[in-house]
Structure formats: structure tokens, C-alpha cells
Design a protein. Structure first.
Length: 366
């Protein structure tokens, strides 16, 4: 089982949903970075369960403890170990799932691969493991902050409700992204956010779930990150996003929306740059800030599609470990929609990818 992400800036994670703790080790963190523990905790608070009426009611403080790699408020260049202890497990809620497979969940595939699984909350396949990703991403953000690079994600669609009828990821500049954290859904449009929240609340009342789309924008990324062959920047971002629980799709730039256009409409025309740090800029950004697998200095933007959560509180047919047909109704505390809590996870993975590629790019030329 591979549990390490990254090349130079790496995150190794451990833990299960109902185990003693979830945690990890970040290696490759540059020395001398101011470690803002309040900021790291705030990133975890954005992912924390029980934060609103439209999330799971599991009540966890998710308090991070940094164990190593930090001295007098600064990174030492040594591995940063951390742990978040689980305190509110209700493992008995999952007892009726011990010997059967939840439809569209990882139960069957995990058991097929390993021959054993932790049925309590999904064990290692639980989205609770993304705690470690948020800590790693927060540390990466602290470095990117010093480099003038920002990462901002937001909910752009829940079920059929989306920001605009003709909305594309390229329209992110039409919204005040500072409003993202002002509502439970994390959508920068207050009117649409209320509609989304009401829909999720209704879905939750029905014992059902619903999916949607998260858009992410990286600003301030310099030209030159990524590789022209293997290790393309958009491929790294795509792999990072598709590795998040419940993600079913990824597109960057105008993505699938651009296939109906002609080259004369899609080409991003170069013009002289008005800054000393870059030779050229572009009039448009249909490419999404990446060309030939390498960043071009423009905003990087992409969208991530999340499926409805697999665990629903309704009776469903399934089979048990012996291949016998049966029925069950899930119990416990589950998110009716992952998007509000997945926004910081998308940001975290993007931040780690960008920082990792920035560090690797330092070796590309003298």
C-alpha cells in the first residue's frame, strides 16, 4: 500500500477513521519557514465534521499536534511529524456492515485486494484520512505564501444548481472569491449558496446524498513549473485531485467546453509583458495557465467533479462476503454532500503539487 505523496515535498499519512488517530510526516519542508500553527488549525477547522446542518454530525475537535520539525516557530528542515487524535468514534453504528459490501463504496474492492478490511467508518478508505492532506497542504501554503502564490477553491455546483447557466471554470473572475467562506456551502455567490444549502438539507432529510463540482484557482504561479514529457503539471494536478475520495472527474482550462471551438478561437495570443519577471503574457487564458505540461505564468484553474456520497440512509440490496444476496440500511453519521468539506482538501492537494513542482524546477537550469 503506497502512503506517500510527492517527490521532493512529500506527505506520508497513517491512520483509520475509527482508529486511535490520523497523522503524517511531511518531508522536504524548506528550513526557516514561519510555522503558523493557528493557520494550520484553521485549515483543519474548514474540513472538520459537524460544522453546519449540511455536514455529518460527528463531533471531532480535530486538534493537530505537531511532534517534530519545528523549533521556536520555524521549520528546521527536518521531517515534520503530526497527529490528530480521534475522539468521537461510534463504531457500533457500523456493526451491520461487518460482513457485507455497501454499493459503490470501497468495501468490496478493498476486501478483494487485501482479504481483510476495517468496516468501522470505512477504515483506511474513509475520507477522514484527508485530515493529513489538509495539514500537508497548510504547510505547503505557508511556503507558497512567501513566494506570492495563492490557492483558492470554492463550490461552483451542487446537483443541478450552478453559478450560472452558461458557467465555465473560466468565469471564476466574475465572482468575489473572498465570499467563499461566508456560507456553509463555500460558494462565492450568496444567492446560489442558499439554494445549494437548501437542496443539501432536503437531500439529507431524505436519507440521500448528492454530488457537485469544486473549482480551484492558483494565482501567482511563475512560468516554468512542470515537465514537457512525463510529469506534466496538469497531469500531476489531475492525479492529486482524482486521488481524493469521491472524485469522478477533472478538467483544467476550458476543458471539455473547449472542444467545440476552433483553434482561432482557443489560441491564447502572446503579447509583451508589462512586468520584468516575465517576457510575455497572454490576452486570454483558455489554456488554464498550463501549456505543454508547463505553467505559463497565467492563473491556473481547474474543476473537480464529486459523486454523491456512496453511503445513504435508505434500504438497499447488496451481497455479503459469502456472495449471498441481502439487504441493509446504513446507520451512523454521514455527509449528505462532501463538497463543503472537500474545498480545503482540493486546495491542500493543489498547494502540495505546486510547491513540489516549484522545488523540482529549481534544478532545471543554473
Amino acid at each position: 500500500m503506497r502512503n506517500t505523496f510527492g517527490t521532493l515535498f512529500t506527505l506520508t499519512t497513517f491512520g483509520e477513521s475509527h482508529g486511535a488517530a490520523v497523522g503524517g510526516v511531511v518531508d522536504g519542508m524548506p528550513a526557516g519557514i514561519d510555522i503558523d500553527e493557528e493557520f494550520i488549525q484553521s485549515e483543519l477547522n474548514r474540513r472538520r465534521p459537524g460544522q453546519s446542518r449540511i455536514t455529518t454530525s460527528r463531533n471531532e475537535a480535530d486538534k493537530v499536534e505537531i511532534l517534530s520539525g519545528v523549533f521556536e516557530g520555524k521549520s528546521t528542515g527536518c521531517p515534520i511529524g503530526f497527529v490528530v487524535r480521534n475522539t468521537n468514534q461510534h463504531s457500533s453504528d457500523y456493526e451491520n456492515m461487518r460482513n457485507l459490501f455497501r454499493p459503490s463504496h470501497a468495501d468490496f474492492t478493498y476486501w478483494s485486494k487485501y482479504g481483510v478490511r476495517d468496516h468501522r467508518g470505512g477504515g483506511r478508505s474513509s475520507a477522514r484520512i484527508t485530515i493529513s492532506r489538509c495539514v500537508g497542504g497548510a504547510l505547503a501554503k505557508l511556503v507558497l505564501r512567501q513566494l506570492g502564490i495563492s490557492v483558492q477553491a470554492y463550490t461552483s455546483q451542487v446537483g443541478p444548481i450552478k453559478l450560472e447557466d452558461n458557467y465555465t471554470a473560466y468565469d471564476y473572475h466574475l465572482y468575489d472569491l473572498s465570499l467563499t467562506e461566508t456560507n456553509a456551502v463555500r460558494c462565492p455567490d450568496p444567492v446560489k449558496a442558499q439554494q445549494m444549502e437548501d437542496l443539501i438539507a432536503q437531500v439529507k432529510a431524505d436519507g440521500d446524498t448528492i454530488g457537485g463540482i469544486i473549482t480551484c484557482v492558483v494565482k501567482g504561479c511563475p512560468a516554468g513549473l512542470g515537465e514537457p514529457e512525463f510529469g506534466k503539471l496538469h497531469a500531476a494536478l489531475g492525479a492529486a485531485m482524482l486521488g481524493i475520495n469521491a472524485v469522478k472527474g477533472f478538467e483544467y482550462g476550458e476543458g471539455f467546453d473547449g472542444v467545440t471551438a476552433r483553434g482561432s478561437e482557443q489560441n491564447d495570443i502572446f503579447v509583451p509583458s508589462d512586468t520584468s519577471s516575465q517576457t510575455a503574457t497572454t490576452l486570454t487564458n483558455h489554456s488554464g495557465g498550463i501549456q505543454g505540461g508547463i505553467s505559463n505564468g497565467q492563473d491556473i484553474y481547474f474543476r473537480v467533479a464529486f459523486k454523491p456520497v456512496a453511503t445513504i440512509l435508505q434500504n438497499q440490496p447488496t451481497v455479503n462476503k459469502d456472495g449471498e444476496a441481502t439487504e441493509f440500511t446504513a446507520r451512523g453519521r454521514h455527509d449528505p454532500c462532501v463538497l463543503p468539506r472537500a474545498v480545503p482538501v482540493v486546495e491542500a492537494m493543489a498547494a502540495m503539487v505546486v510547491l513540489d513542482n516549484w522545488l523540482m524546477n529549481r534544478t532545471s537550469k543554473l
